[in-house]
Design a protein. Structure first.
Lengths: 431, 431
C-alpha cells in the first residue's frame, strides 16, 4: 500500500482511533515514540495514540514507501537507530503515521497493529550512551546557590556559559521503576567528621529530557543554526538528588554519588515536529544581562527556540494511597524557565569537538519558574529543609520519605491546536 | 586438545614465541588483552605476546576446555562480554594461554593464530558505557588546588571522599588518534567578559585507566572486600585538559568542555592476575590523616591493594621529529601516588547503589609523585604556565602546541619477576 503524504498535519484532524480524539496526552497530532513489549518480552518501537500503542514493526507490510526504512529501524530494543536517521526521516515517519491514523481507508490494514496501552510494558526509549545534565533553570540556580553559597549564589560564568556536567547513564530507568534510597557520606555542619548512612535529604528535580537524534563526528561541532535538527524530541526527567551527600561531596568536581544512584525518565518521546505549534520566542534576558556569544546566537533560535510546555509535580505518600487520596500537586511551571534554548545546549556541548550520539540524554536542569508555587525541587519548596510543607492530609515533608511517590507530568496547549501531553514520569521511594 | 592447567604462572618461564622472552612489555607473564583488526577490518580480541598478537577467536578449535567460552566471547568488537564473565573466567583464560605459549607441544596448533603486532590495527578495548574520573592523586590535587584556589588548595572532604566525577565516554579514543585542539569560552582574569577561540592552555594528564570487569546491579553496592574482583585490568589514560576553558566553566558543577573533547587510552589491558606480583601495601596515610570510613576499609586491601607500577610521560615536538630527536621525558612517578586504592574507588562508586558495567572506565586522576620531576601535567611542571620548560633542542613549552606528541608509558618490575609493560598511550595535537 502506498501512502499519500499529507504535510499539513491538520490540527483539527480526528483519528479513527476514537480514544485519541478525547485523549489529554496522545491525540493524532502528538504521535510520540517509545519502546514497549508485550507478553513475549520483545522490545520494539511503538507510537502512543489515544489509549493504544501502535506497533511500528508490525507496519512493515503496510508502509512500503515514505517511512518504510524507519519502521524497520524501529524493530529494535531502542530507538537509537531510528532517530539517528535524522530530522527528515522523523518527519517522513510522522507524516506517514498521521495519514494512516486519520484516513479511514487505512483502518483495516493498521488496526491489527494497535495494542491496548494498559497491556504493554514500557521501557527506556534509548540506549543512553552519555547523559549530560545542564543547569538552565536560572531561578533554580539562584535558589540553590543561595543555600550552598549564600554570599555568591549565581556565579559570574552563569550568563555566558550554558553550565552542564556529565551524569551517569547506567542508572537511568524508565518511569515506574522503584528508587532505592542511597547511602553515602554526609557531614552536618557542626560535626567534626562525616558519617555514613542512608540519605536524609532525598529530593526530586523537575527537569525535561532532551534526546539527541542524529549525532556529530568527534571534532566537528554542530553550528547553532543546525543544532535543533539534531534533537529527536523530549520527555520528562526526574533527576533524583541526595542533598546531604551532594553538599559534602560536590566540591571541587561537581555532584557524583548525590545523583548517580538513579534517574527517571518518562517513556514517550514527543518529537520536535509534534512540538512545532508550541514554539515560542526565547524570553528576553533581563535588562543588563549579556547577549549570548556569537556561537550561541541565532536569530531564528531566539525567535522560535523555546517551548511553551507546562510541567507539574505531584506527590502521593503511602498514607495518601491507602486512603485513596488523589496525588497532591506540589508545584507547576513552564519550560520557558530555561535560560538557554535547546539549540544552545547542543551547540555549546559540541563546540569544543565533543561528539553527541543518537540517544544521548541532555537534562535541562531543574526548571523553577521564579514564581511562588513554581519551585522544581523540595529543597526549594522547604527553603533548604527549614520550612516543612503541609500536605492536605496533615502529613508534612521537608524531603522525601520511603513510600512517597513523585509524579511529574507535562503538556502543551494552545488555541486552535490539540493539547498534547508527555505522559507521566513517576517512581516510588523505597528504603 | 585439552589443556592441563598450570596455576603457578612461573615467573621464569620462557615462551616458544621467542620475541616475548626479551620483550620489555609483553613477556608470557603479561598476556594483556586488546581489540585488534587486520586487513579485513574485523575487530576481535587478542593478546600481546612479544612482537606478536595472538588472535583469540582463532584459538576456538585449540582451547576446548578451561578457556573455551572466553575465547568465544573474545570474538567481538570489544572485550565487554569477556570481562563480564568475571575474575575466575579471566584467571582460567590466562592459565590456558600461559600453558599454550610456554609448552612447545602446543606450538603447532597455536602458531597459525599469531600475527605480527606491527601489521595489526589496535582499537578501543571496550565499548565504554560510562567513564568516571577520580582525583586520587593527592599531590596533583594540592598543586591544582593552589592554582585554582590559592587560599584553599585541598578541600575538607578530600581525605574522606574518593572525589570523582562523571566524564564523557563518547570521545574516548585509542592511542594514536590525533587530538584536535578544542575551542571554547575563556576569560582572562583582567577581562570584563569572556572570549571565544582555540584553547591556549592545552595540557595532558597522566592517569591510569581502571577497567571494570563484572558489574553490579542497580541498588546493590559492591563491598570493599569484593571490589577488586570487579576490576578487569588497567591501561594508561591521558585525560587531555584545556586549562583555560576549565578555569572559566568549572564552577559549580565541575569540568565539562575542558575535558570532553578527547581522552586517550592505551590499547592493552593488563589484567589483575598479571599484576599480582607487583602488588604492594597502600602507603600509610600521613600522620594526622583520618582513617577511611568502614565501608572503604579492608585489611587485605590496605596490605596489598596498591600497585608498584611506574609511569612516564614524554614529549616529541614536530621539530624534534623532523630532526630525528628521541622523545624527551617530562616526568615519571609511581602509581602508589594514589591516595585511594582501586578497590576503594569501586566500593565508593557503587555504595549509593550506582551500577557499574563491564567496560566502564575509572580514571585514577592525575598521578603526581610529590617529588621534583614527578608532575603529571604541564600546568604543574610550568607552575601554572609561569615557568616555561626548556626542551633539549632549545624549544620551550608552557602548554602543548600543535604538532606536539605526548607519549605515556608504564611498567612494573621486581627482582625475581619478569618486567611487564602497559605499552604506550600516545597522540599528536592538531590545530
Amino acid at each position: 500500500m502506498t501512502i499519500e503524504l499529507d504535510f499539513t498535519h491538520d490540527p483539527n484532524a480526528k483519528s479513527w482511533v476514537e480514544s485519541a480524539n478525547r485523549h489529554p496526552d496522545f491525540p493524532v497530532q502528538n504521535l510520540p515514540l517509545g519502546i514497549f513489549s508485550t507478553a513475549d518480552g520483545r522490545r520494539r518501537g511503538g507510537v502512543a495514540i489515544g489509549d493504544m500503542v501502535l506497533d511500528l514493526p508490525a507496519l512493515a507490510e503496510v508502509i512500503t514507501e515514505g517511512g518504510c526504512e524507519q519502521v524497520l529501524a524501529a524493530d529494535a530494543p531502542n530507538l537509537n537507530a531510528l532517530v539517528d536517521m535524522g530530522a527528515d526521516a522523523m518527519w517522513a515517519l510522522r507524516t506517514a503515521l498521521f495519514t494512516l491514523l486519520t484516513d479511514e481507508s487505512f483502518r483495516e490494514g493498521v488496526e491489527p497493529a494497535l495494542i491496548p496501552a494498559d497491556s504493554v510494558t514500557m521501557h527506556l526509549p534509548f540506549e543512553v550512551h552519555d547523559y549530560t545534565d545542564f543547569y538552565t533553570g536560572i531561578h533554580h540556580a539562584t535558589n540553590i546557590g543561595k543555600l550552598f553559597r549564600p554570599d555568591n549564589p549565581l556565579l559570574p560564568n552563569y550568563k555566558y556559559v550554558p553550565i552542564g556536567y556529565h551524569g551517569r547513564s547506567s542508572s537511568i530507568r524508565v518511569s515506574g521503576v522503584e528508587v532505592k534510597r542511597p547511602s553515602g557520606q554526609t557531614k552536618v555542619p557542626d560535626a567534626d567528621v562525616p558519617s555514613f548512612g542512608p540519605s536524609k535529604r532525598l529530593d526530586y528535580e523537575l527537569e525535561m529530557a532532551i534526546w539527541v537524534g542524529q549525532g556529530n563526528d568527534l571534532g566537528e561541532p554542530i553550528p547553532i543554526g543546525e543544532a535543533e535538527s539534531h534533537i529527536a524530541g523530549i520527555s520528562i526527567l526526574n533527576d533524583w538528588s541526595a542533598r546531604d551527600l551532594q553538599a559534602w561531596e560536590y566540591q571541587p568536581l561537581g555532584p557524583f554519588l548525590a545523583k548517580n544512584f538513579h534517574s527517571t525518565v518518562s517513556p514517550w518521546v514527543v518529537t520536535m515536529d509534534a512540538l512545532a505549534p508550541y514554539r515560542v520566542a526565547q524570553p528576553p534576558r533581563p535588562e543588563g544581562d549579556p547577549a549570548p556569544l556569537p556561537y550561541l546566537l541565532d536569530a531564528e533560535d531566539q525567535a522560535h527556540g523555546a517551548l511553551d510546555v507546562q510541567m507539574e509535580v505531584y506527590i502521593s505518600t503511602a498514607k495518601m494511597r491507602e486512603a485513596g487520596d488523589a496525588p497532591h500537586r506540589l508545584s507547576s511551571g513552564p519550560m520557558t524557565a530555561m535560560y538557554w534554548t535547546m539549540a544552545q545546549l547542543v551547540a555549546h556541548h559540541s563546540v569544543g569537538g565533543c561528539n553527541l550520539q543518537a540517544g544521548d540524554l541532555l537534562g535541562t536542569g531543574t526548571l523553577t519558574s521564579g514564581e511562588e508555587g513554581g519551585e522544581g525541587s523540595l529543597i526549594e519548596l522547604s527553603k533548604g529543609g527549614k520550612q516543612p510543607i503541609e500536605l492536605p492530609n496533615g502529613e508534612t515533608r521537608t524531603f522525601l520519605e520511603d513510600g512517597d511517590e513523585v509524579i511529574m507530568t507535562a503538556f502543551a496547549e494552545k488555541d486552535g491546536f490539540a493539547r498534547i501531553g508527555l505522559g507521566e514520569c513517576r517512581a516510588v521511594i523505597v528504603g
